[in-house]
Design a protein around this ligand. Structure first.
Ligand code: URA
Length: 223
């Protein structure tokens, strides 16, 4: 019975040639021609080795960077945002090993999974509204696959809003703010400014601000 129900459930992972967003599909096709050795496909959710039942925290980013996750195939791997994210996670016990910005660096997540609101790299790092809505087709079942999920951390307002909608909430009543904390569908939703180089270079996000969000989450997960 359960197997039959699962077989009709929407997939949490897009196919490698996902055609749902023509602009993103064409953009990736161009990069496949230019850089055939790169990953150049929707980037799958990064899971801990202990499997999905071990996941208590899901981190939702915006979208793969062209020379980051789109090149390497692992979220936040290969661009600046990953240095800050994984360094902070290791310090808070949410990842172990060493982050060397390569998918074969042996870094392991601990009780945590990482995904993106939009799975394909968008031109200029800017997905349009229709692409964000369409990719919720995968964000919703991604959230649903983790039976022991307690918390979600969204990085940036786009990830936050798409996650609120995926949880059936209203953005007007659950607004984005750095350091925000809401309850939605039985999950505690934390939000932070995105850890992009732009945000840290302009002082919108300091390392201390980012670390403080993770400290609050780590304390919440222990409670
Ligand atoms: N890399 C990702 O995978 N996601 C982001 O949001 C930024 C960089």
């Amino acid at each position: 019975m359960r197997a039959a129900a699962l077989s009709t459930a929407p997939s949490p992972e897009p196919s490698r040639d996902c055609p749902l967003c023509p602009r993103l599909h064409d953009f990736i096709a161009g990069w496949r021609e230019r850089e055939p050795g790169w990953f150049n496909a929707p980037v799958p959710t990064f899971l801990p080795p202990e499997g999905e039942e071990s996941v208590r925290l899901l981190i939702v980013g915006l979208a793969p960077g062209v020379r980051g996750a789109n090149r390497t195939g692992r979220p936040f791997t290969g661009d600046y945002a990953g240095d800050l994210l994984y360094g902070t996670m290791i310090a808070q016990g949410l990842a172990r090993g060493e982050f060397k910005a390569r998918p074969d660096d042996g870094l392991e997540l601990v009780g945590t999974a990482i995904t993106n609101a939009v799975r394909c790299v968008p031109p200029e790092n800017k997905p349009v509204g229709a692409e964000i809505s369409t990719c919720r087709t995968f964000l919703k079942p991604t959230i649903a696959r983790f039976g022991n999920l307690r918390a979600i951390l969204t990085l940036g307002s786009i990830a936050h809003q798409s996650t609120v909608r995926a949880l059936g909430g209203r953005v007007a009543t659950l607004p984005f703010r750095h350091g925000g904390r809401h309850e939605a569908a039985g999950i505690t939703l934390f939000s932070s400014y995105h850890c992009s180089r732009y945000n840290t270079n302009t002082g919108v996000l300091t390392e201390e601000m980012f670390v403080n969000v993770f400290k609050e989450i780590a304390a919440f997960l222990k409670s």
